[in-house]
Design a binder for this molecule. Structure first.
Ligand code: 13P
Length: 244
């Protein structure tokens, strides 16, 4: 089994009911690869009704099944709302909410228990890259954030350098290739199906750079923020992946 190509969109804290017209436009296309949109939790259920073949995911879940956790959402609740996937360990959650690798792994176990596919994010800060620590940081986040119950069927890994998110800056092809080769190596060393995990790149992916990024070895797709909000931007990115 080869890794599946996946074009994933993370709407972050953007989108209201009117934004679902973008999903209608994506659902009406011949996409040619798997497409996932992760809208804010408030839109998951209505998004499913607009999504057609497109998968809908959450952007986070709690590690517990239920209980006194005001404002949080459990993995089972996401699944009940119609989500099939959940993004975990995004750098914005690690920074804004102090999420640790261990917490991300606990959330992933809960998500897998609820039948969700996890999109687990890793990525170095600019200071870590400048300090020459990128590969160590990625290896350590991967080891700590991906639980032992991960398989190629229930887990996707996204490499998102923090300094490339929302900045218009991207690593060069060699830098992306180096990290993706490391991730493939680490996953293959740890999991019997490690060669089959889909590995996404994320951080300022746009229609203009998508084809170049998708040509890099072990890049099986993208996790896209800003350019996933409009079908007119995300559509060409999906096409570039389908043709890669
Ligand atoms: P941008 O595509 O807006 O840089 O965001 C990337 C990201 O964080 C996706 O999760």
């Amino acid at each position: 089994m080869a890794p599946k190509k996946l074009a994933a969109g993370n709407w972050k804290m953007n989108g209201v009911t009117a934004s679902l017209v973008e999903l209608d436009a994506l659902a009406a296309r011949e996409n040619g690869c798997d497409v996932l949109i992760c809208p804010p939790a408030t839109l998951i259920t209505p998004a499913v009704a607009h999504a057609g073949e497109i998968a809908i995911g959450g952007q986070d879940c709690h590690a517990n099944e239920s209980g006194a956790h005001t404002g949080d959402i459990s993995a089972a609740m996401l699944a009940d709302a119609g989500a099939s996937h959940v993004i975990l360990g995004h750098s914005e959650r690690r920074a804004d909410h102090g999420e640790t690798d261990a917490q991300v792994a606990a959330k992933a176990i809960a998500a897998h228990g609820a039948g969700l596919v996890t999109v687990i994010c890793v990525g170095e800060t600019e200071a870590e890259r400048d300090g020459g620590d990128t590969l160590d940081v990625i290896a350590s986040q991967l080891a700590g954030s991906v639980p032992d119950c991960a398989t190629a069927a229930n887990t996707v890994i996204a490499y998102e350098p923090v300094w490339a998110i929302g900045t218009g800056r991207t690593p060069n092809s060699e830098q992306i290739a180096e990290v993706h080769a490391l991730m493939r190596d680490k996953l293959s060393g740890r999991f019997s199906d490690g060669a089959d995990f889909s590995l996404l790149y994320g951080g300022s992916v746009k229609p203009g750079n998508a084809a170049e990024i998708f040509a890099i070895a072990h890049v099986d797709g993208a996790l896209v923020g800003g350019a996933s909000l409009k079908a007119s931007d995300f559509g060409p990115i999906i096409d570039a992946l389908a043709q890669a």
